[in-house]
Design a protein around this ligand. Structure first.
Ligand code: PHB
Length: 401
């Protein structure tokens, strides 16, 4: 009896589903295939940190992205879009699950994320397996556009190799020969250090000590004591977000600021200068953006961003904005047909982005070829004092695109 019921209800369900499917096919058959594919909204999966030391970075990226899309008329290639958000907590161990959920549950057409290199590595794994388009609006993991480069993986920010590479030369030119590098112990810190070491030793410098704290810890005291004892000519570092505020303040409070000059990749002073106060005054950093860049695009962008979000734009906002510009450019070119993957990829490869950071385009490995600026922190502003490296392209080691 029981068995019969199950079979009966199973058969009923089959019949009901078959009717529903026939209805759907019949309705769909009235529409040409392209119209059918394009009538739905484009689904964007945004995976960023909204909690923890990188929370402000995630928010700035989302703000920048939304600003570009709104300025573009609120559509992508003529189609409406919908954003699905996940707080990735800068937690690499949750990255593949989070990315998979966006793809299988929310059925996103494009994945956008993230800030943390370890999280981005998880997203790359998922995107490579699923074939989903991935745009990285921050994370610098060298492999993303190096050994693990892929046709469907693009980056609108930088590789970890890029911003610190010019720093080695800048510091050598300023007469420093013995440097200490201090950072968080994870990919972004380790790859920044490797790039700095490569550049600094090429011009005769020596990295006398490499110092690490686990991410996202901010207990710097013991290492600052060690730096004082080592007495190097200068210190270089990679820190960002909340951790960068604490490090810059602790460095000054330890009495090191006027004794041993501190340099960094420009993330050290991005979006955090107000919180760092006097402790940041005079710091020299290298980065692919500076708020004081004197070009009309940057001025207009900064004014709209301030008006919309009541806060100043930083490099993360620019990277989010450029992600929006890239998607709009590519989807306009393919008339919103996001399912035509090879055409979307070709359009993204050919894109020229008129960015607040200055115009840039994609390298063969899908990473921005861009100028790196030398900046000095002055009264709450990162002032451009020169171009540290013109049109710097990541070496894309191991990329076979
Ligand atoms: C990274 O993890 O790749 C990362 C995070 C924050 C930054 C830059 C790079 O500001």
């Amino acid at each position: 009896m029981k068995q019969y019921d199950v079979r009966k209800s199973g058969r009923r369900r089959f019949l009901r589903d078959a009717v529903a499917m026939t209805g759907a096919v019949a309705a769909g058959a009235l529409l040409p295939a392209v119209t059918r594919a394009q009538s739905a909204k484009i689904r964007l999966g945004v995976m960023l940190p909204y909690t923890g030391t990188y929370a402000q970075l995630g928010l700035a990226i989302e703000n920048g992205l939304r600003l570009a899309l709104e300025q573009g008329g609120g559509k992508l290639g003529g189609r409406e879009f919908e954003i699905f958000k996940v707080d990735d907590e800068s937690e690499p161990s949750k990255a593949t699950d989070n990315a998979n959920r966006l793809i299988t549950r929310d059925k996103v057409d494009v994945l956008i994320g993230s800030v943390h290199s370890g999280v981005a590595m998880g997203m790359i794994k998922v995107a490579r397996e699923a074939g989903t388009l991935l745009v990285i609006p921050n994370a610098g993991a060298d492999a993303a556009t190096g050994a693990l480069c892929a046709p469907n993986v693009f980056r609108t920010s930088f590789s970890n190799w890029q911003p610190v590479h010019p720093l080695g030369r800048v510091m050598a030119e300023r007469g420093h020969k013995r440097a200490v590098f201090i950072t968080w112990k994870y990919a972004a810190g380790e790859e920044s250090l490797a790039s700095f070491r490569e550049a600094f030793t090429a011009v005769g410098g020596t990295v006398v000590k490499e110092l690490f704290v686990p991410f996202p810890n901010v207990e710097f005291q013991a290492l600052l004591t060690e730096i004082a004892a080592l007495r190097p000519d200068a210190v270089a570092c990679f820190f960002a977000g909340g951790g960068a505020v604490k490090f810059v303040k602790d460095y000054a409070a330890a009495g090191l600021k006027d004794k041993i000059p501190l340099y960094g990749s420009g993330f050290l002073t991005e979006g955090v200068l107000a919180a760092q106060g006097d402790a940041a005054e005079g710091l020299l950093t290298t980065l692919h953006y500076a708020e004081s860049l004197d070009n009309p695009k940057n001025k207009a962008f900064r004014a709209s961003y301030l008006k919309t979000y009541k806060t100043h734009a930083d490099v993360y906002a620019v990277q989010g904005y450029d992600t929006g510009l890239l998607l709009m450019q590519a989807l306009d070119k393919v008339g919103g047909d996001v399912g035509n993957r090879s055409a979307v990829i070709a359009a993204m490869e050919a894109a020229v982005i008129d960015s607040p950071r200055g115009q840039w385009k994609m390298s063969k490995a899908h990473n921005p070829i861009q100028d790196i600026y030398l900046r000095r922190a002055e009264k709450g502003d990162n002032k451009v004092i020169g171009v540290a490296w013109k049109a710097l392209e990541d070496p894309a080691r191991g990329c076979k695109l």
